[in-house]
Write a protein that binds this ligand. Structure first.
Ligand code: ADP
Ligand code: ZN
Length: 609
């Protein structure tokens, strides 16, 4: 079905020429009154899937979203497009609320955002009864799924929407890709009969890179300086302490960075989050408490200084980069200590054996992604049950690692572990075992008389870093395990097979210094623009910053980077030409058109004639 109406709205209101994958079908289906369950990655463009039907259908589209702190920004962004939007949540005073309710009842709204807990109040339900609802959009729909969401009870109550308003279409949306979550959303929200739309979970503009951890903060600084100068990004660390230390380190080195973790007081957290959303080019160093629902489109990089606990977590966190579709980096530094620490955390975790097995399986999948010699993206998509071909935009595609037969080194390592236990009744951590293999006469070696072991010095063919890589990979492959508080190593059954039954071990070559991807990317956002467009872009950015500040809205609410880039490149000389730029709809054209033409056309780059 072709629907000129939806295309017209896409073009006139949002300023876009074409739909992205999946959007058109969903928009048509919901506009026609159908129920939908939509799985689409972050940045895939879920919002349009309910916003356009809400604009076309008679009545007000009601959007249920748990992200109360972001409602104001979402509504501001819609108003900037000329869409009549409002919200109702606990942050408002009664007067503000009454005003929005009156607008809703008199049909002066296209979209109404509601916090889920509102719908449990009979008064809110009666309000909806008295107005005309065009559709219900249930955003962040994975909140109904079992684990770990505070909003869960409120979301479960949403299953009743259908009974109360059977004729109103419902569209549930999530970026959580796993099959289990998908099934649970469908059943909890009574959406089994809805049409299910599952988009590709690939994020082609994100470049995935996983590097060996060396001096992680220095490695991070190098990444920021060489590839992301002046860019906005998120750096994830596991502990509050390392969040603080890393933020300080970056600031000391001239990077505009702020910390964010649950130990900071609420006003400080709110201030840092709001600066991140509103300013250009701020770096937030955070625990994973930060980021849910952050829909800042121009996050240019997400860096992990510690290993995420699962592939889902990794995918979600890295997914916050590059919603606007421009090139972005997902960078992770990972080392032996990460594996040791996470195994220890799992062993010490509360809950039964089944729970620990689940955590362990999550970690194993994450480790497999780190150690793969294949395309990261193919592996990532395979985890979500989707297929792909080598992408050319991840570190393993750009500089393919070698895989080598590591059976002999693995046997030497395992043999050292086994001998220490058998001959001496001892267990040690990786450091001591590697020192023995390398034949290092340290004081600890002397103290324990380890230089008299037959394996002392049998491993000089590899360096210290390479041995750490071997240990890490054997841990990842489950041939050795860590035990106890000191991270001592033991051989597993699989390890015994290597040692006694010649099971082959394939390892990934560990460069002593991580090689840079062959094709190094642009530096900051403004690079890679044609030479004479770069100053125009910077000028437009400055205009945007001033305008956003004046209006008290995030810069991206005025225009996205992608739109400014296109304007700078095409350098339009008339309003008509400007109107064809992606992201310039009727409303923004009328409001900012003249200012932009002026900024574009009064540049020093135009030589005097
Ligand atoms: P999601 O909610 O799926 O993470 P959004 O709805 O926030 O994604 O959209 C991500 C970004 O892509 C937004 O900045 C949005 O304006 C932009 N976008 C969405 N659809 C299109 C389209 N058809 N053409 C161009 N840009 C789009
Ligand atoms: Zn790849």
């Amino acid at each position: 079905m072709t629907s000129p109406e939806t295309l017209r709205v896409l073009n006139r209101v949002f300023g876009y020429d074409s739909f992205r994958e999946g959007q058109h079908e969903i928009v048509d289906h919901v506009t026609a009154g159908g129920d939908a369950l939509v799985l689409m990655p972050t940045g895939g463009g879920k919002s349009l899937c309910y916003q356009i039907p809400a604009l076309i259908r008679e009545g007000v589209g009601v959007v249920i979203s748990p992200l109360i702190a972001l409602m104001q920004d979402q509504v501001d962004a819609l108003r900037a497009l000329g869409v009549r939007a409002g919200f109702l949540n606990s942050t408002q005073d009664p007067d503000e609320r009454r005003l929005v309710e009156a607008e809703f009842l008199s049909g002066e709204l296209d979209l109404l955002y509601l916090a889920p807990e509102r719908l449990r109040a009979e008064s809110a339900l009666r309000l909806l009864d008295r107005g005309k609802v065009s559709l219900f959009a249930i955003d962040e729909a994975h909140c109904v799924a079992q684990w770990g969401h505070d909003f869960r009870p409120d979301y479960l109550a949403l299953s009743e929407l259908h009974e109360r308003w059977p004729e109103v279409p419902r569209i549930a949306l999530t970026a959580t890709a796993t099959k289990a979550t998908h099934a649970e959303i469908a059943s909890r929200l009574n959406l089994e009969d809805a049409r299910h739309f599952v988009a590709s979970f690939d994020r082609p503009n994100i470049q995935y890179r996983i590097v060996g951890k060396n001096e992680p903060r220095k490695q991070l600084l190098e990444l920021l300086r060489t590839e992301h100068a002046g860019d906005a990004g998120i750096v994830y660390c596991l502990s509050r302490r390392s969040v603080e230390d890393t933020a300080e380190f970056l600031v000391r080195n001239g990077i505009d960075a702020v910390p964010y973790h649950a130990g900071l007081d609420a006003p400080t957290r709110a201030k840092h989050q709001s600066r991140f959303l509103r300013e250009d080019g701020l770096v937030v160093v955070a625990t994973i408490a930060f980021g849910m629902g952050i829909d800042k489109p121009d996050v240019r990089f997400v860096a992990h200084l510690d290993l995420p606990k699962s592939v889902e977590g990794y995918y979600q966190e890295t997914g916050r980069a590059g919603r606007d579709g421009l090139p972005s980096t997902a960078w992770l530094a990972y080392g032996l200590q990460d594996v040791v620490q996470q195994r220890k955390m799992i062993d010490g975790s509360e809950g039964d054996a089944a729970h620990r097995r689940r955590l362990s399986a999550h970690l194993d999948a994450m480790l497999a992604l780190c150690e793969t010699v294949e395309c990261r993206r193919v592996q990532l998509l395979a985890y979500f049950g989707q297929s792909g071909t080598p992408c050319g935009n991840c570190d393993t595609c750009l500089s393919p690692p070698e895989s080598w037969d590591g059976t002999v080194p693995a046997q030497k390592l395992l043999s050292t572990i086994v001998r220490l236990r058998r001959e001496r009744g001892q267990k040690f951590g990786a450091g001591q075992i590697i020192d023995i293999l390398l034949g290092k006469r340290t004081s600890k070696v002397g103290q324990h008389d380890h230089d008299s072991l037959s394996v002392f010095g049998v491993g000089t063919e590899l360096g210290d870093g390479e041995w750490r890589g071997v240990v890490r990979q054997l841990l990842a492959q489950g041939m050795i395990a860590v035990e106890g508080d000191y991270g001592t190593l033991v051989a597993t059954e699989a390890g015994d097979e290597v040692l006694y039954r010649q099971r082959k071990v394939m390892l990934r070559r560990e460069p002593e210094r991580a090689a840079k991807p062959a094709k190094s990317r642009r530096a900051a956002v403004s690079a890679e623009l044609p030479e004479d467009a770069a100053p125009v872009f910077e000028r437009l950015r400055a205009w945007r910053a001033a305008t956003a500040k004046e209006q008290g809205v995030p810069a991206y609410v005025i225009f996205h980077d992608a739109t400014l880039r296109q304007i700078a490149t095409e350098s339009p000389s008339s309003l008509t030409a400007l109107g064809t730029v992606n992201g310039v709809g009727d409303n923004k054209l009328a409001k900012y058109g003249e200012q932009i033409l002026e900024a574009v056309n009064t540049l020093p780059s135009t030589p005097p004639s």
